[in-house]
Design a protein around this ligand. Structure first.
Ligand code: C5P
Length: 434
């Protein structure tokens, strides 16, 4: 059986488990992919006449399950085999994180994860894609393909493999469109260029440089979504040059230049803008706002847009401020921050756009002494190195927890263990890269 068929077959088993229950409790991860996956499951259950409640979580470390008969985990669960094994309910996992061991369920478990079928869960399907495969088995839910693709974009995936199949289904269902152009957030061109994090163009706080860039480009400062194809092409060339000068990772070009994904049946049609809004809301804890936006709530969208503007400014300020604090290890770079507003976006932008040649580990010491760690690397380096393993093993060494994906992983440790943790991360990275 092909791997695509095998994952769909397992999704069918999840559907038959659903049919035994009237109510499901959904736990979804708080990032764009998790929220998108949660929205897909919620919509599909609603259409199937099932009751549900949904909560968004950062992880399952301190998780205590409610006493419900059916729990559905979206974008998490696979990396918490012990925790899931202790749950006394039926469980469905819709995830793409690397499984960390065998789950020994107390009741029925259906585990839908691309890694279990030899499918690349880092680039070819995200949790929202897995949720979509499940939703397609549950009913006529092709229109949810746009939300699935949104989650994949949020996780910086490629539109290949199963993602491509979902994209094609979405195009056929008229909820998705691929247009030529550049993936940039909506808004006035000058604002979009200076505020964008994906791509990060390093124009924020550099008004004169930006003015000069636009002057040379010879394009009027109008709405990005109103640019003609020729203007898009000229802009694409100029952005390519800018990214090359910044030293950006070559993999970002294929994600940014050449096409724009339009999510036609969602409140914001520009996928790049909508991902930013969902992500920003998730990161500041406004997960129900993000969820409501995907369900079509206009009022939530107004809130979301405000949250996004504030969040992005905060991150852009941090990016300017923290650049000089990045330190050099043997095989890694690292940055230690004290109670910064966010960790992952800093790690993502630095590692993709400004310093892609070594893995980057960003540590954020919270007021209570807990340290949030985000590690990032490029696909190229991840062919030789698995950051999920690096984080998992280094965290275990200092009695913390860690995991994730080959290119994007994280850990939670204590302040007093930072030095030992970093040493171990560097040592393992050197060993893997050798
Ligand atoms: O928080 P951040 O975005 O850096 O996390 C990157 C990835 O690492 C996510 O997929 C997250 O689920 C995973 N992670 C994990 N265990 C942790 C922290 C993060 O599996 N303790």
């Amino acid at each position: 059986m092909s791997s695509g068929l095998a994952i769909r077959d397992t999704a069918k088993k999840a559907v038959s488990l659903i049919s035994k229950h009237k109510f499901a409790r959904i736990y979804a991860h708080y990032d764009a992919d998790g929220i998108a996956g949660g929205a897909i499951v919620a919509k599909a259950l609603l259409r199937a006449g099932k009751d549900f409640q949904i909560s968004f979580l950062k992880g399952l470390n301190d998780f205590e399950p409610e006493n419900d008969e059916l729990l559905i985990f979206v974008d998490m669960g696979s990396g918490y085999s012990e925790k899931i094994s202790s749950i006394n309910s039926d469980v469905i996992i819709l995830d793409h994180h690397k499984p960390d061991g065998e789950i020994k369920p107390k009741k029925t478990l259906v585990h839908v994860n691309p890694h279990l079928f030899g499918i690349d869960g880092t680039y070819e399907i995200s949790a929202s894609g897995v949720a979509y495969i499940f939703a397609r088995e549950l009913g006529d839910n092709k229109d949810l393909a746009s939300i699935a693709i949104l989650g994949a974009i949020g996780d910086k995936q490629k539109l290949v493999g199963l993602n491509k199949e979902i994209l094609i289904e979405g195009i056929e269902a008229k909820c998705l469109e691929v247009r030529p152009g550049i993936s940039l957030p909506s808004g006035k061109l000058s604002k979009s260029l200076s505020m964008s994090l994906e791509p990060y163009l390093d124009f924020y706080g550099k008004e004169e440089e930006l003015k000069e860039f636009l002057r040379k480009l010879g394009i009027e400062d109008k709405e990005v979504d109103d640019l003609s194809l020729r203007e898009m092409q000229r802009l694409g060339d100029a952005i390519t040059l800018r990214l090359l000068k910044l030293g950006a990772y070559e993999g970002v070009f294929e994600q940014i230049i050449g096409k724009r994904i339009v999510v036609k049946n969602l409140l914001v049609k520009n996928s790049s803008s909508l991902v930013d809004i969902i992500n920003s809301c998730g990161r500041i804890g406004a997960t129900s706002t993000a969820f409501s936006i995907l369900l079509g709530d206009e009022k939530a969208l107004r809130e979301g847009v405000e949250i996004e503007e504030k969040f992005k400014r905060e991150i852009l300020e941090e990016l300017l401020k923290r650049r000089r604090d990045v330190k050099e290890g043997f095989c890694i770079r690292y940055l230690v921050m004290d109670d910064a507003p966010s960790t992952s976006p800093i790690a993502t932008v630095f590692s993709r756009y400004l310093m892609p040649d070594k893995p980057l580990v960003v540590l954020n010491i919270k007021k209570d002494g807990e340290v949030k760690v985000s590690a990032r690397t490029t696909e190229k380096l991840a062919r030789r190195l698995d950051l999920a393993e690096v984080m998992r093993l280094s965290a275990i060494r200092v009695k913390g927890v860690g995991g994730g994906h080959r290119v994007a992983a994280g850990a939670n440790i204590k302040r007093e263990n930072i030095e030992e943790f970093l040493k171990e991360v560097d040592r393992i990275c050197c060993a893997m890269l050798a």
